[in-house]
Ligand binder design. Structure first.
Ligand code: RNT
Ligand code: ZN
Length: 418
């Protein structure tokens, strides 16, 4: 990059009291938790043609080149790693184990099925995060899992959840970095339930049973993911926000806030400063809902900028695990993966480049005009120049090179898969 251009950008920020080098240094320290399921539309590898089903989440599109097995997924993830500056973590789902062509039911999945992933991550210096898979299964077809009225079904999923935690602990121990084990269950109903309380009481009981084994914090930490509605659970979701806030707080667990899991006009950016006051740590699922929890590819839009700004303004990034959660089968999945991951990093960079001290002064002085005017000015500062510089420093293509790099991969690798 042309030094004059970069120095000019630096100067513009310096005038507002912002140190660009410090912003770049801060960004380098933040790992994202990249969600493996963007490479294969949340299919998993339990059967050769596994597909996402049930649970109120849906992937649309059948763009060619989807990863069909673990080797292809790993090839894709390596490509993604070359497109996303920094060293990040990988979030796996229970359905992505190496089952060796055998049927292993969800209550029998064990650490050995993830030994390959652990070595893979170790070789790359990546940490792993984990998720139980409480959907795409006949025992989830009624719309309920841990809160099901049938004890046999509940017990099955409790065992699944226990195993997800055991595997997480193993991952964290092997890799020397705590694995965040996130539990999301689809439980809910399309139309009006009557016994709202009963389902919720059973969910508490099942979660308690599942969380009973204790693991060391340095190996694994639990989070529980809240949700307002899904397709087929429009009227009632058992694990609502209030439910899990109460559960997590009373059990000393984290909550997971997914950007698509609230009323469309509600923003999780506004929730952080409340949640931080009562929780030590939390997990985010950065997503992009379009009118519903559609899991569109994350872009650097106002929602992401608001969220990342709050992370920095509250000075609680180190307590926040930033996971991604989107899936789109209508376009090149690896390109989509790169766009979304880079968008979150851009958001973080923009937040580090915010003239925070001056803004806070205006805020505390009650000068609403000056506060708004500076926020507006900050929007058009040369963040693109700093971002390009960051990519260059990290040995990753800038935005100008992204399309060619992804299209090459499409021609040379993805096109051969059909
Ligand atoms: C579903 C939740 C959940 C899933 C992933 C695949 O609404 O957001 O996090 O998207 O576990
Ligand atoms: Zn989510």
């Amino acid at each position: 990059m042309n030094e004059t251009v970069f120095n000019d950008a630096k100067e513009q920020y310096a005038k507002l009291g912002v140190d660009v080098d410090a912003a770049i240094a801060a960004l380098k320290t933040i790992p994202l938790s990249l969600h493996c399921w963007q490479t294969d539309d949340v299919g998993g590898f339990e059967t050769p043609d596994a597909e996402l089903s049930g649970g109120g989440i849906q992937v649309t599109g059948n763009f060619p080149g989807k990863a069909r097995n673990i080797d292809e997924m790993r090839t894709d993830l390596d490509k993604v790693n070359t497109l996303v500056p920094g060293t990040h973590r990988l979030a796996l789902h229970m359905s992505y184990g190496e089952f060796g062509g055998k049927f292993v039911d969800r209550d029998s999945i064990a650490p050995e099925h993830f030994a390959g992933w652990i070595s893979w991550a170790k070789e790359r210096g990546m940490g792993l995060d984990f998720n139980g898979t409480f959907f795409s299964h006949p025992k989830a077809a009624d719309g309920y899992t841990l809160s099901h009225p049938d004890k046999g079904i509940r017990d099955f999923w409790v065992e699944h959840g226990k195993r997800s935690r055991e595997i997480s602990s193993e991952m964290g121990e092997e890799l020397g970095t705590p694995c965040i084990c996130n539990t999301w269950v689809p439980d809910g109903t399309k139309d009006l339930p009557v016994d709202r309380l009963g389902y919720r009481a059973r969910l508490v009981e099942s979660l308690d049973a599942m969380m009973a084994p204790e693991y060391r914090d340095e190996n694994m930490k639990d989070s529980v993911e809240t949700k307002l509605f899904g397709i087929g659970s429009e009227s009632y979701v058992v694990g609502s926000h209030e439910f899990y806030l109460g559960y997590a707080l009373s059990r000393d667990k984290m909550i997971c806030l997914d950007m698509g899991h609230f009323h469309p006009t509600e923003s999780i950016a506004d929730k952080l400063s409340s949640v931080y006051l009562f929780f030590r740590e939390l997990l985010l699922h950065v997503s992009r809902p379009v009118r519903w929890d559609s899991d569109h590819v994350v872009i650097f839009n106002d929602d992401v900028a608001d969220l990342t700004r709050e992370l920095v303004r509250c000075s609680r990034i180190k307590d926040t695990h930033i996971g991604l959660d989107f899936f789109d089968g209508t376009m090149n999945r690896i390109g989509a993966y790169a766009i979304g991951s880079r968008a979150v990093l851009k958001g973080l960079l923009a937040a580090f480049l915010e003239p925070h001290d001056q803004l806070k002064t205006y805020d505390l002085e009650g000068n609403a005009f000056a506060r708004l005017a500076l926020l507006e000015r900050a929007r058009t500062l040369p963040i693109g120049t700093v971002w390009d510089r960051y990519c260059e420093e990290m040995g990753v293509v800038g935005d100008a090179g992204l399309i060619d790099s992804v299209m090459d991969y499409e021609r040379n690798v993805l096109a051969g898969r059909n």
